[in-house]
Structure formats: structure tokens, C-alpha cells
Design a protein around this ligand. Structure first.
Ligand code: BES
Ligand code: MN
Ligand code: MN
Length: 457
């Protein structure tokens, strides 16, 4: 292990500069203009796996963006760790809020600024470099497989079919993923739960065409007004979601578990001042941490209609639109929730408008075990490198493929994230601490050593 750690320390500059090379590729999966860049990034990942010592690395085309698969099998009788990550990134908009261009990475105050720096190029690349460090020092203690996709940010549409069709290839004992956060750089944590997602788009139509708002206004349904009222009907005065049946399958957390959760360090004042909000807002009866982890939500992600250009236009629009999403917790099902939402949303519409609900992607919530060998191996690894035992936490984000891995491959995941919630993922000025990047690379080999050792017994 000493050789491995020495190798990591002496190669830090190269590791960072290689990550920066990958960050220069605008692999935006949501925007078809970047299709060639996404493909170029897949090549980059493949090449870096080969350079790190993979005996096999290949690009697997899909109907969408390619999947990169790589492996190093040292002995079929040893356990196998399957590393999952994604090389695609979110669109960088709004561009004018970035302090430096999103695909021209810079290091400032010990942080790498670029789209994807943390989510997930930086975190995924830690595994490539940790593998390289183990491999080049003869210290890889078990088999390793890599599954790095290019469609996570758009719902992993083609990964599910790939997994179903390649069960033998993906055979492993555990899945290791770094695509989540920890509490703070001096408060390590391991994520043990992620929320699911139901994402929908709605269209409300009033009159068949845009009208003069003076000639018709006051007598004809205005779809923007109607949409606003329908949205308001989705929550009550306690910010409780009013969709009938919405909470039916929600597993309530015991008081003992809530007390345990509340022990994780958290400052409401710091939270509010970081976000420059006068107060927090959410479901009555739950703390901020509970609202973003163990409780489901309903959020608006976008709303538009009518005239929004320069100056004024007195128009009574024909249509209004919104994108909205619900974060789900065990045992809610995204399909069922989408249907409950659609039925209720249509039911609150006045007869004067037409409503269409278009479901987008969804994903199921997950809870991962803390009593597994893999969790213990990860916990011990962090304890070694941070000097503190990590706290198990549940997080609010979603990685829909985790539930699918469990269902299709029968494999549990360890959510071994080294990011921080303050890294501004999906936002302007996304960044990742060089500390976090290096700490991840240092900690991962400990996980492998612990896991291989503990699996022998
Ligand atoms: N890495 C995130 C998920 C995440 C972030 C989990 C922080 C925990 C903490 C992932 O890339 C992501 O953004 N997922 C999407 C879901 C997807 C279906 C678009 C999300 O959570 O919105
Ligand atoms: Mn991610
Ligand atoms: Mn993301």
C-alpha cells in the first residue's frame, strides 16, 4: 500500500492535468449538437483505461451515446468490483454566470472549475487513477470492471437494455460508484440512500391561437393563469403534496432513525447564508436534512408561455408549459406516481382548457445496506484516510441505474462519493477540490485491499 500511496502522491500533477484534458471535452449528453464531443469523450475514457492497465477496454455503441466498458481480470476465483460512473455532463447554461468558460478548466484556490469537474468526470476519473496506481505497483487485489456511461444526465435510457443484454460480462460481487457527496472535507460520509424521480412536462391550452389581450381578455381562459392555479393546487399550506395517494407507499422513518440522522453535523444558519435565503421552506414537521433525503418532493423545474421578449406585448397566449419533477423515496414507484400526478393534474383543470401531461424519464429510489462487507470495507478505507469513521447519510439526488443494477444483476452498490454539496454541480462554476480528487484516489485502493481481504473470510 505504501508504494501505491507514494505513486499517487508523486503523480498528482499528471493526474490533475489528465482530468483537465477530459474536462475540455464538452460531452453534453442532452444537446445533440455535441454528439461528436460525447463520442470523443468516450474514446478518451477508453484510452485512459487502457493506459491505466486495463487488459480490455471497448466502446459499446447504443442507440444513444456510447457506453465504455473496461476490465482487468486477474483471477476468476477472486471477487470482482464493478465500477460505474458517467462521462456525460449537464449543459453549462446560463453561460454568462460562469467566471471562466465551462470547458476551459482552471484551478483556483485549490479547486478545479469546469462543467463535470465533480459530476462525474472528476469522481469517475479517481477510479481510473486509483486503478492505475494499484496496477502499476502490482497491488490490484481483485478483479475490476468499469462501466462508464454517457447518458446518466439524460436518464440512462440505453444503459438498462445494455445491462440486461450483458449480464455475464457485468458479473461482479459489488458495484462501486463515486457520484455523490460527503458532508464536509473533515466529516466523511457514505451515501446509503438516493431518491427516485418522476419527471413530467405539461402543456395547458386555452384558445386555439394567441389573442389580443384587450379584445378577448377577461372572457377567455388564460392558460398561464390556469397553469399557475393548477400548480398551486399541488401543495397545501403545510407544503404537503396534495396528489391523492402520493404518500401511500412512503416508508416512514422511525423516531430512532430520525434521532440518529439528526446527529450529523449541520448548521441551518450557514445553509441559509450560503444560499442567501431569508428562511428555508418545506414540508411541515420535517427538518431541512429530512426534507432533502427521506421525504418526497414536488418541484417546478421550468415554466414558460406568452411573451417574454424585450418590451411589452399585450397578448393572451394560447398555451402555457411547465417542466416539473417529483423526488421519490422508498417504496414509491415512479410509474405509479407519474400516473397519480397525471390523473390529479388533469382533474384540477377547469373545463375551459385542454391539458396534456408528457412523462419524461423516471427512476426508483434506493437504500443500500451498511452491514455488507463492501460497506464495511469502504467505511474502514475512509477511516484510514480521513482519520474519522464516515457517517452513513441519505441523499436527495438520484442515480436511477442503482435500483436497476440491483434488480437486473442482483448487486448492491456502495455510494463512495467524495464531492461536496457546495461543488455547484449542474450550476454555473461547478468545481471539485484537488483535495477531494486526491483523497478519493488515495482512499479507493484501501477499499480494494479491505474488500479483497474481508471477502476471503
Ligand atoms: N450525480 C448526480 C446525482 C447526485 C448528486 C446524487 C448529488 C447525490 C448527490 C447525478 O448525475 C444526477 O444529477 N442525477 C439526476 C438524475 C437524472 C435522471 C437526470 C438528478 O438527480 O437530477
Ligand atoms: Mn452524476
Ligand atoms: Mn448530474
Amino acid at each position: 500500500m505504501q508504494n501505491v500511496q507514494q505513486y499517487i502522491a508523486s503523480n498528482q500533477d499528471r493526474f490533475v492535468s489528465e482530468l483537465m484534458d477530459m474536462l475540455r471535452i464538452p460531452s453534453i449528453s442532452a444537446d445533440s449538437k455535441y454528439k461528436a464531443d460525447v463520442a470523443r469523450c468516450a474514446e478518451f475514457v477508453k484510452d485512459s483505461l487502457l493506459q491505466a492497465g486495463a487488459t480490455k477496454a471497448e466502446i459499446c455503441p447504443t442507440a444513444g451515446h456510447p457506453i465504455v466498458y473496461g476490465e482487468k481480470i486477474i483471477d476468476a476465483s477472486l471477487p470482482t468490483v464493478l465500477v460505474y460512473g458517467h462521462y456525460d455532463v449537464q449543459p453549462p447554461d446560463p453561460l454568462d454566470l460562469w467566471h471562466s468558460p465551462p470547458f476551459e478548466p482552471v484551478i483556483k484556490d485549490g479547486k478545479i472549475y469546469a462543467r463535470g469537474a465533480c459530476d462525474d468526470k472528476g469522481q469517475m476519473f479517481m477510479h481510473v487513477k486509483a486503478f492505475e496506481a494499484m496496477e502499476k505497483n502490482g497491488a490490484l487485489p481483485c478483479n475490476i470492471k468499469f462501466l462508464i456511461e454517457g447518458e446518466e444526465e439524460v436518464g440512462s435510457d440505453h444503459l438498462g437494455d445494455f445491462v440486461k443484454a450483458n449480464k455475464e460480462k457485468l458479473k461482479a460481487d459489488v458495484i462501486l460508484i463515486s457520484d455523490t457527496s460527503m458532508i464536509a472535507n473533515d466529516v466523511p460520509s457514505i451515501t446509503v440512500g438516493l431518491r427516485g424521480l418522476s419527471y413530467v412536462e405539461v402543456e395547458v391550452t386555452g384558445p386555439n391561437r394567441d389573442l389580443h389581450s384587450g379584445v378577448y381578455g377577461g372572457a377567455v381562459p388564460n392558460p398561464i393563469q390556469v397553469l399557475a392555479q393548477m400548480i398551486t393546487a399541488m401543495k397545501d399550506e403545510n407544503n404537503h403534496i396534495t396528489i391523492p395517494g402520493f404518500y401511500d407507499d412512503v416508508v416512514e422513518i422511525s423516531d430512532a432513525e430520525r434521532t440518529e440522522m439528526a446527529k450529523a453535523p449541520f448548521s441551518l444558519e450557514a445553509y441559509k447564508s450560503d444560499l442567501k435565503i431569508g428562511d428555508v421552506m418545506g414540508e411541515k414537521g420535517y427538518t431541512t436534512n429530512e426534507r432533502t433525503s427521506i421525504r418526497p418532493t414536488f418541484e417546478l423545474n421550468g415554466i414558460w408561455g406568452g411573451y417574454t421578449g424585450e418590451g411589452a406585448k399585450t397578448v393572451l397566449p394560447s398555451k402555457a408549459f411547465a417542466k416539473m419533477s417529483m423526488r421519490l423515496v422508498p417504496n414509491q414507484s415512479s410509474e405509479k406516481i407519474t400516473k397519480l400526478f397525471a390523473d390529479y393534474f388533469k382533474s384540477v383543470a377547469p373545463a375551459s382548457v385542454k391539458v396534456e401531461v408528457r412523462p419524461h424519464h423516471g427512476g426508483e429510489p434506493v437504500v443500500t445496506p451498511t452491514d455488507s462487507i463492501a460497506y464495511q470495507a469502504a467505511s474502514k478505507a475512509m477511516e484510514t484516510t480521513f482519520g474519522k469513521k464516515p457517517i452513513p447519510t441519505r441523499e436527495g439526488g438520484s442515480i436511477p441505474i442503482v435500483a436497476l443494477f440491483e434488480r437486473e444483476l442482483g448487486l448492491k452498490s456502495v455510494l463512495f462519493g467524495f464531492g461536496l454539496n457546495s461543488d455547484d454541480i449542474h450550476s454555473p462554476n461547478e468545481h471539485y477540490g484537488v483535495f477531494n480528487f486526491m483523497k478519493g484516489i488515495e482512499t479507493i485502493p484501501h477499499f480494494f485491499a479491505n474488500y479483497a481481504e474481508m471477502m476471503k473470510k
